[in-house]
Ligand binder design. Structure first.
Ligand code: NAD
Length: 295
């Protein structure tokens, strides 16, 4: 019998991820509180769910990809939520980036109802989501991962079981702190170069083969030169991930500094009303600070 897979949260990431599960031949039911987000998937053969509870009642495996901890906790733990409605023996997999405390709250409550739960946050951006090449950082029990591995394999090429519940979101927060710091270092460097008379193209061409290269560099052609700041990955979401990293570091008494420097820029972008833009929009904040204001 074909497994019935539910997918809730069809935004920049969830939409292409659900599309890749559908392409593997699974019977997929989708649900997003924004109905327009489901349209392309329904046109491609997915069933339109009528509510999260209905998806939970009718699917064997339910995947979620929501903004952060408040949305995930409300959906799983709230009245009429996933824990209440998921069938015994089913599996819930949260692929959102959240505080590690969120999956740690959900797992025991799911298990008490005879439902399995895994956290599986992802990295690779919208490009990786579309290409089904995401890195997936799984926290939870091995036997549960083995049940859902083929479905995760439809979305990513690098599935790592990193430890118990909470470990996946811990690595994810560390990754995003490093990614954010790399990006901001790159953008500050580019601004200094521009004011010194160098072009973005020249700096990219030289640095891509030099020791300053990082995964941040493709932003030069993807976002900085075309001035394309549509998400992608929203500033508000990166700000949340830096909050998560800082919360973990505080709990463990690790003094940190780079996350704080990076978050100053996220905060400045939020204050400028740019929270729904891609994180590369921070280049425009750096331009303002450097007195190179463009539109
Ligand atoms: P997004 O804001 O584009 O999408 C979130 C979707 O969830 C929206 O369509 C929204 O309508 C839906 N939603 C929210 N609450 C809901 C509810 N209660 N019921 C049903 N639908 C609901 O965000 P995104 O960029 O797709 O990111 C999703 C998660 O993946 C976040 O945790 C983010 O940090 C993480 N992430 C994003 C990227 C990226 O590049 N965008 C990369 C890796 C990880």
């Amino acid at each position: 019998m074909t497994l019935a897979v539910g997918f809730i949260g069809l935004g920049n990431m969830g939409n292409p991820m659900a599309g890749n599960v559908l392409k593997q031949g699974y019977a997929v039911t989708v649900f997003d509180k924004n109905a327009a987000a489901m349209a392309n998937l329904v046109a491609a053969g997915a069933k339109a769910g009528t509510s999260a509870a209905q998806v939970a009642q009718t699917c064997d495996i339910v995947l979620t990809c929501l903004p952060g901890s408040p949305e995930v906790e409300a959906l799983y733990l709230g009245a009429g939520g996933l824990i209440e409605h998921t069938r015994q023996g089913s599996v819930l997999v949260d692929m959102s980036s959240v505080l590690p405390t969120t999956p740690r709250k959900i797992q025991p409550l799911a298990q008490a109802r005879g439902v399995e739960f895994l956290e599986a946050p992802v990295s690779g951006g919208v490009t990786g989501a579309r290409a089904a090449t995401l890195a997936i950082m799984v926290g939870g029990e091995d036997k549960v991962l083995e049940r859902v591995r083929p479905i995760l394999g439809a979305m990513g090429t690098n599935i790592s079981h990193v430890g118990p519940i909470g470990a996946g979101n811990t690595i994810k927060a560390i990754n995003n702190m490093m990614s954010s710091v790399n990006s901001l270092a790159m953008m500050e460097g580019m601004m200094v170069g521009l004011k010194a008379g160098l072009s973005l193209e020249t700096m990219h061409a030289v640095i891509k083969d030099s020791s300053g290269a990082s995964n941040a560099l493709p932003r030069v052609h993807r976002a900085l030169i075309p001035r394309n700041f549509e998400p992608g990955f929203k500033v508000a979401l990166m700000n949340k991930d830096l909050d998560t990293f800082t919360a973990i570091a505080k709990e463990l008494h690790v003094p940190i500094s780079f996350a704080n420097a990076a978050q100053r820029y996220q905060q400045a972008a939020l204050a400028a009303g740019l929270g729904e833009k891609d994180t590369s929009v921070i280049f425009t904040v750096i331009e303002q600070l450097a007195g190179v204001a463009k539109k």
